[in-house]
Structure formats: structure tokens, C-alpha cells
Design a protein around this ligand. Structure first.
Ligand code: 5AD
Ligand code: FES
Length: 350
């Protein structure tokens, strides 16, 4: 059974049969071998280093209505906020003092953050922190917008593709959202020169081994620098509020598979994984993940950015994230590093 794992690692591809076997087997030896091989592959590329990204959730206003999301436009009980430029710069300043060298500005698709406003924020951060990477995660925009943000100093863009199967995409999103447009955004970002991150939820409603295979094939073709995956977690008052959460175990197995088919990729152990299991992020690292993204958002807004229920680090413990993660990561035998943490295949310099 270990042969399957070796074949995937050697060929850097996976077949339907192999995927289906690895996702359903309860042979612990095979699964432990999968985790160990993926962890060793991450170590070959990154040593014992786990990169830390400071996540700044700049706005929970969103014009979209994705069926799974806790801050979708139809959510009436969400207290909507957006950070001012000054608040964002404060987050960066605190983050810099804590050793962060990558800022990830994430938000819903909020029309207030026009290209002019966003470029001004990016350019200011770029000027103040020339040694830091600036990552944006602001959803779908047009080519010109992505280009202007890149020219203002952004280096990376995270846009989960959510699913590589068009019919599945339509089951997760309202009719006005387009699979083709999302795919085009990812191609545009890549062509402009961003380090790109795609990704999907594990266990989203209607997901099958067939849609997962398409996700893996899509990742192989796109060759992104980052892949963000985490379990689906139902959010109250959304159309999927009563759907079961994705499984931690399946997420770990998929993290390992992604590490084997795209060895140098940056792979976060996500907050959603940490939300479903008390040691979820540590287990993610032992399965091949090499990035963590603690929250740098102002504490009084963290609860409002609840994409799903019971999100980790939204309460009093949040100020401790940096120290807490440091301690947690040491238990896996790795260490948190203060570094931009570029993907080793890229030569992007600032
Ligand atoms: N559970 C898990 N992940 C979610 N996301 C949105 N809603 C949920 C949920 N209920 C993920 C999406 C999105 C990213 C910002 O968060 O994949 O791209
Ligand atoms: Fe936030 Fe542990 S990482 S409290």
C-alpha cells in the first residue's frame, strides 16, 4: 500500500483510484507513511522552518452571496466594519515589531476599497516596509485593477478557486457568480507576475472524489506558489448551516497529497483546521504544511470576520497568537521563522 504513496511522489500526479484509496483507507500504516513522506518533502524544501504571515482582515463588507460563507451579503446579523488606512498601518506596525515580514490583507469584495484607495494603502506599506511581502486576498477584480495593485507594490494574491468543477461551483455559489471569471482572475494574476495562491474547502457540500481529483489536476496545471485548503465549517444562518463539517483527517490527507504533487508549494495549516481540532495546525504541519497565518486584525473586529462558526482566535486569547503558535510549532520539531518566506521556485524581489 505504501507503493501508492511512492508512485504519487515519483510521478507528481494522482489517479482517481489512488485518490479514492487514500481518502477512504483505514490502514494507519499507509496513512502514517503518507504524512511522513509529505512532512519529509516539506523539510527537503524548507528545512525546519515554518513561515508566519500576519493576516489583517480589512473589511467584512461583501457584495457576494456565496452559499457557505458567514459574511455573505444576505447575512443580516453581521456587524459590518472596514478598517481605515490608519488602522491597517497600525496593524502593520504592531506586526513588524512582532517579527512579521508578510502582510496578508484579506477582505470581502467591498466596493469601498476602490483601486485608488487600495493602491494608496499598498504603496504606503511598500514604502514603509520595503523588506516585507504584501499579499492581497480581496476576491475577484479586473485585470487593470490587479495590475495597478501589483504596480503599487503588492507581490502575492490569494484567491481560492473553491472547486475546479463548474457544476460544483454552481452548487456553492449564486447564479450571478461565474466559474469562468474566477478562473480568468487566477490566470490574470499569474500573467501579471503575482505569486498566486488558489485553494478550496475540504468537505464542502456536494464535493466528491471526482471534484477533488479535478481540484488536484487544476493545481498541477496552474502550478501556484500557494495552496490554501481547510475543512468546510457550517456557518449559522447560511443555506449550508446544517451541513456536516469537513473532516480533519481528510484535510490532512489532502495536505499531504498536495505536498507530494507540488513539492515546493507554500501550504498553510489553516485556522479552519485549528478550529475543528485542538492540535489541527500542528497535525497539518506534520502532514506537510509549512505556513501559519496568525491574525493581526484589531481585536475588537475579529469576531465580526466569522466566515464560519466558532472561529479560532477571535476571543481574549488572540493577543497571544504569536507566542501560542511559537510554542505549538516547537512541539512538531519545527520552528517559526521571521522571514518573507518566498516560494523557492520564484525569484520575486522587491
Ligand atoms: N468554512 C470554511 N471555510 C470557509 N470559507 C468561507 N466560508 C467558509 C466556511 N463556512 C473560505 C473560502 C474562502 C476563504 C476566505 O474562506 O474558501 O475563499
Ligand atoms: Fe491564536 Fe493560539 S494561535 S491563540
Amino acid at each position: 500500500m505504501k507503493d501508492i504513496v511512492n508512485q504519487i511522489a515519483d510521478s507528481r500526479t494522482i489517479t482517481l483510484e489512488q485518490l479514492s484509496h487514500l481518502l477512504t483507507t483505514d490502514d494507519r500504516d499507509t496513512i502514517q507513511y503518507l504524512f511522513d513522506r509529505a512532512h519529509a518533502t516539506a523539510q527537503q524544501h524548507f528545512g525546519n522552518k515554518i513561515f508566519m504571515r500576519g493576516l489583517i482582515e480589512i473589511s467584512n463588507h461583501c457584495k457576494n452571496d456565496c452559499l457557505y460563507c458567514g459574511i455573505r451579503r444576505s447575512q443580516k446579523d453581521v456587524h459590518r466594519y472596514r478598517l481605515t488606512k490608519e488602522e491597517i498601518l497600525d496593524c502593520c506596525e504592531q506586526g513588524y515589531a512582532l517579527g512579521f515580514r508578510t502582510y496578508v490583507m484579506q477582505g470581502g469584495e467591498d466596493g469601498w476599497f476602490t483601486d485608488d484607495r487600495m493602491c494608496d494603502i499598498v504603496a504606503t506599506i511598500r514604502q514603509k516596509y520595503p523588506d516585507c511581502a504584501i499579499t492581497l486576498s480581496l476576491g475577484e477584480r479586473n485585470h487593470e485593477s490587479y495590475q495597478r495593485l501589483f504596480d503599487a507594490g503588492a507581490n502575492r494574491y490569494l484567491l481560492r478557486h473553491e472547486t475546479a468543477d463548474p457544476a460544483h461551483y454552481a452548487q456553492l455559489h449564486p447564479a450571478e457568480m461565474s466559474f469562468e471569471h474566477r478562473m480568468r482572475c487566477l490566470q490574470d494574476l499569474k500573467a501579471i507576475g503575482y505569486q498566486v495562491g488558489c485553494g478550496f474547502m475540504v468537505g464542502s457540500p456536494y464535493q466528491t472524489v471526482h471534484t477533488l481529483l479535478k481540484d488536484l489536476q487544476f493545481i498541477s496545471n496552474l502550478q501556484p506558489q500557494m495552496v490554501g485548503i481547510g475543512p468546510f465549517i457550517p456557518a449559522s444562518n447560511t443555506p449550508f448551516h446544517d451541513r456536516p463539517a469537513g473532516s480533519v483527517e481528510t484535510t490532512l490527507r489532502l495536505l499531504s497529497i498536495i505536498r507530494l504533487i507540488l513539492p515546493p508549494v507554500l501550504l498553510p495549516a489553516t485556522t479552519a483546521l485549528g478550529t475543528l481540532h485542538p492540535r489541527g495546525r500542528e497535525l497539518g504541519i506534520l502532514a506537510g504544511a509549512n505556513v501559519v497565518m496568525p491574525n493581526l486584525s484589531p481585536r475588537d473586529h475579529r469576531k465580526d470576520y466569522s466566515l464560519y462558526d466558532n472561529k479560532l482566535c477571535t476571543g481574549d486569547e488572540a493577543a497571544e497568537c504569536r507566542v501560542c503558535l511559537d510554542r505549538r510549532i516547537r512541539t512538531t520539531g519545527s520552528e517559526l521563522v521571521v522571514d518573507r518566506g518566498d516560494a523557492p521556485t520564484t525569484t520575486c524581489g522587491v
